[in-house]
Ligand binder design. Structure first.
Ligand SMILES: Nc1nc2c(ncn2[C@@H]2O[C@H](COP(=O)(O)OP(=O)(O)O)[C@@H](O)[C@H]2O)c(=O)[nH]1
Ligand SMILES: [Mg+2]
Ligand SMILES: [Zn+2]
Length: 302
């Protein structure tokens, strides 16, 4: 039996929807008994973007993952939930129409940094001018600075810049709240109505949940896009919160105590920076909360 390479697009119970790059075919297949056993033993879940070997109608092997984005499963299980594999970019999609939340952005950045994936901030619906200034100043205050692109599927703003990122054979996953415009963005990138999009309520800033069976969209460049459903909760597991607060970790080098918690310790350079207006108290609060969450999490299960 000939073996070929495939990408996982979506999963429904025991059925895996896969894309075959050599033929362009899309198939529904199952796991071989051996691979199922192996994945179970290693607590590995196949996820969109995974490269696998297909023999006949059975998946027989999982290839090495260049990256894996994950979060903690909803609830108290403590298990990790894989979200996307083998992507180069996490497109953090957020819109200025009341949906924007810097704490949520922090969490996506920590997720991407922990996975070694570059986060790119995608400001969707940039045609909605109100709120845009606030979003931009919040983004400017991030340290290190992140790449950000203002996009609108209504007037075409930013679509070329976004396309340039993924035409170099790179792959990306789009994440963000439901209704923020992820599927519309993918359609604009592809230049056709490829995915079903939902109507947004003018009053609620919230789109109807749209489910699409195919989440992996192959690109001519050889890369792919992964559309993901909106996430209500981003419980961090493999996160790296400190990397997104380099301004604070640099200041902390000057604290009197090496293990300074920047709370009430004497000689705390971080508190001094807040007192002198160099650092925003809100930003420090965001950092301390994320660090506390990571510490509490400790060792997680897979
Ligand atoms: N004003 C404006 N609305 C948009 C834009 N892009 C998408 N929308 C609307 O936002 C709603 C949700 O879009 P959708 O792509 O389904 O969001 P998703 O849930 O993130 O995939 C739809 O009603 C779109 O028409 C945009 O650039 N500007
Ligand atoms: Mg969608
Ligand atoms: Zn300190």
């Amino acid at each position: 039996m000939t073996a070929c390479q495939a990408y996982i697009s979506a999963q429904h119970h025991d059925v895996y929807n896969v894309y075959l790059p050599h033929t362009g075919a899309i198939m529904n297949v199952a796991l071989s008994g051996k691979l199922r056993q192996q994945l179970k033993q290693q607590h590995i879940q196949l996820v969109a973007g995974d490269r696998v070997t297909l023999e006949g109608e059975r998946l027989t092997a999982l290839h090495h993952r260049s990256s894996l984005l994950s979060r903690l499963e909803a609830g108290q299980s403590g298990f990790s939930q894989a979200l996307a594999a083998n992507v180069d970019y996490l497109f953090v999609c957020t819109s200025p129409n009341g949906e924007f939340n810097i704490k949520r952005v922090d969490r996506y950045l920590a997720m991407a940094d922990g996975a070694g994936v570059e986060a790119v901030l995608i400001i969707t619906k940039a045609d909605l001018a109100s709120g845009l200034g606030d979003v931009l100043s919040a983004i400017q205050a991030l340290h290190p600075k992140r790449r950000h692109i203002l996009c609108s599927t209504l007037n075409g703003m930013g679509i070329d810049a976004l396309r340039d990122l993924v035409t170099a054979g790179k792959s990306a996953v789009l994440m963000g709240s439901s209704g923020v415009g992820k599927s519309s963005l993918i359609n604009a990138l592809l230049g056709k109505d490829h995915l079903e999009t939902s109507e947004i309520s003018a009053y609620k800033d919230k789109g109807r949940h749209t489910t699409t069976s195919r989440v992996l969209i192959p690109l001519i460049s050889g890369g792919f896009l992964i559309d993901s459903p909106g996430m209500r909760e981003i419980a961090l597991d493999n996160s790296d919160a400190a990397s997104g607060f380099a301004d604070i970790t640099e200041l902390a080098l000057e604290c009197r105590f090496r293990d300074c918690a920047h709370l009430k310790e004497p000689g705390c350079a971080v508190r001094e920076a807040v007192a002198s207006g160099l650092l925003s108290a809100a930003r420090l609060d965001r950092f301390l909360k994320l660090m506390a969450e990571e510490k509490k999490r400790g060792k997680h299960r897979y």
